[in-house]
Design a protein around this ligand. Sequence first.
Ligand code: ADP
Ligand code: MG
Length: 405
Amino acid sequence: MKVIVQKFGGSSLQTEERRDHCVEHVVTALRDGFKVIVVVSAVGRSGDPYATDTLLSLIGGIAPKVSKKEQDLLMSCGEVISSVIFSSKLQAEGISSYAMTGAEAGFRVSENYGNARILDVKTEQLENLLETYDVLVVTGFQGETPKGTVATLGRGGSDTSATALGAAVKASYVDIFTDVSGIMTADPRVVKEARHLEVMTYAEVSNMAYQGAKVIHPRAVEVAMQADVPIRIRSSQEQGFGTLIASSTSKIRGRDLDEKPVTAITHVKDIAQLKITGAGDQSKVFQLLSEADISVDFISIHADFLTFTIPVSKRIEAVDSLQSAGFDVTWTDKCAKIAVVGAGMTGVPGIAAGIVRALNERQIPIMQSADSHTTIWVLVAESDMIKAVNALHDAFLTVNRLEEE
Ligand code: ADP
Ligand code: MG
């Protein structure tokens, strides 16, 4: 039995007309002889009736007064609604389809509400149902804990549901359908000239995703990589081939820009930079933050001060905890982290110089920087973010520029 997994994101399912296009993709896969496992996100975006953020707004947003377990119970309803809507549409087209929850589909997850990890996918029941039905519509983003409760996988988690199912049933492909034509050299909402990338390796995409390219969740890429299941990122509204993600691209890659040192520019906003001055045990700072489960980045340690960044949503908690421990803390909210990523940049001189030149030319101050062998990061003010991403895209990825060189 040939099986394909097709995941449809919230915006792809937003309206009747968009859902029609999603149905066309299912029909195409069935015609090609596949059984189809559809993974759905909640319908629409914030403000739409059953979107995750809208459900949360019913209890006053991410409400600390409501336990995380109950927040998860509420959020999980979005996908449940979505699965039945989509399955009923397929049935109306005469397709034999069955909607099921993540728990029914076999997702066993940790009890870490709001950010659960997939422990196992027990697909026996699902595979039996595939004998009877041509399409199974599974709720993404959620699974069952050892206690029998529902826990969600965190934002973007449906991507991971899809690749985990693809790995478990040894799917031919996992197709992630979304609102762009594939992975591009930068977020097309920010860079008008961003170009489509046809083929990429898991490692490249995982790096991009970790650096903020939210087109696919980084954990989803890792899960597919471990099982060597190819992923395609495609537009739900068109029939294009999209971006193929696989372990080796050398045979199919051809002449594209991919041998260039830089593959893409990514950005993440809503970052706060903290500075701790004065005496005190610097290691205590990181201990306190790790106890509060706050992820820290851009760590820069000096003799009499240290700076680092955290998500702005954690700033109040972090500052409170550090000040209570006697540290002297100052901070800057509204920073953005920009990454220049490319597996080919290892050992290539001049990338850092090119970054500094491009930002200096536009009078964009660099607040901090860091690098690894595949990535160079800079921290800038959020108000400079769009300008900075475009400047770096222009310097490294815009075709005319490359041809001139
Ligand atoms: P979905 O609801 O389908 O999961 P997301 O909003 O999570 O969709 O992801 C798709 C979005 O990712 C696009 O609309 C685009 O703005 C954004 N994005 C960020 N970086 C990139 C990139 N490098 N290539 C393509 N899309 C990107
Ligand atoms: Mg997404």
